[in-house]
Write a protein that binds this ligand. Sequence first.
Ligand code: SF4
Length: 341
Amino acid sequence: MVKTAWLSKKLTSGKVLCQACSQSCKLDEDEYGICGARKVADGELKLLVYGRSAAVSIDPVEKKPLFHFLPESSAFSVGTVGCNFSCKFCQNYDISQYPKEHNHEIVGQKLPPERIVELAIENGCQSIAYTYNEPIIFFEYTFDTAKLAHEKGLKNIYVTSGYETHKAIDLLAPYIDGMNIDIKAFTDKFYKEICGARLKPVLEAVKYAHKKGIWLEVTTLLIPGKNDSDEEIRNIAKFIAELDPSIPWHLSAFYPTYKMLDVPPTPGSTLRRAYKIGREEGLKYLYVGNIDDDDHTSTYCPKCGKRVIDRRGRIGQYVTNELDENGTCPHCDSELEGVWH
Ligand code: SF4
């Protein structure tokens, strides 16, 4: 289904400006945006992937990853084709880069917003996650779905690279309850050369989403030799801690994929080194991911140090949550930050 991409503006030059993401594409008639999911036709910006999901699954919310957001629940997860980034290490390149690599072709099963919400409820999910590819490129599809989901008592999650404009975040804030934003590195060089993007808009989006009161968790995929120096890890940790030390930071292991097959996997020691640096910078909640390490994937009460959410096995496989619905620690009565009910 093709719908008007109303998060856009006609310019006096005759071009149309897309206002969804910080790529800020200014497009002529028949021109596609960088993401491949938006195009100008008949003088209007169109969303080509509206109601067409290329990936659908029911996932543990821990897989997003969100660790302080309705633990042990399921998130009905949807994604489309297309992406505003071109990360050389993308794990979902088969859908994210699909239009760019297939002459602008759009694929996906028909799944209108109403059906997504119905399926989420039928399958006992407590939330809908817009994930797998970058959700801001299918903003209008997520917006309509998220609104309906809220009416039915479901929560909404964005799993994103953090390229949302302030305008988009203003519109999303009433409906998006949780976001996991990647801070992929702390240098513009990395963002430019490896992702086809820039660092600054990401940091701006993280700050703005936090200011708007959306529950935030941050993920960094640590890639050997690319973004894993002590200095760079510390810079990311400092940025998060200065914003809010209670933002959980997920440190994830890289495995060779897509256009980055020549780089070795991340050793567990790198993740634990980053965990330690995050702690030194004052972050309260740190997690490693993509490796087996139950001790560093569990949640500890920042006040008494006791393990309060135990996570074992594959991600989301065994989760034991001892917190009550307000996130209260059963050992010392302090409240942990998160969305617990
Ligand atoms: S969402 Fe797509 S069309 Fe819009 S600015 Fe971003 S890359 Fe360009």
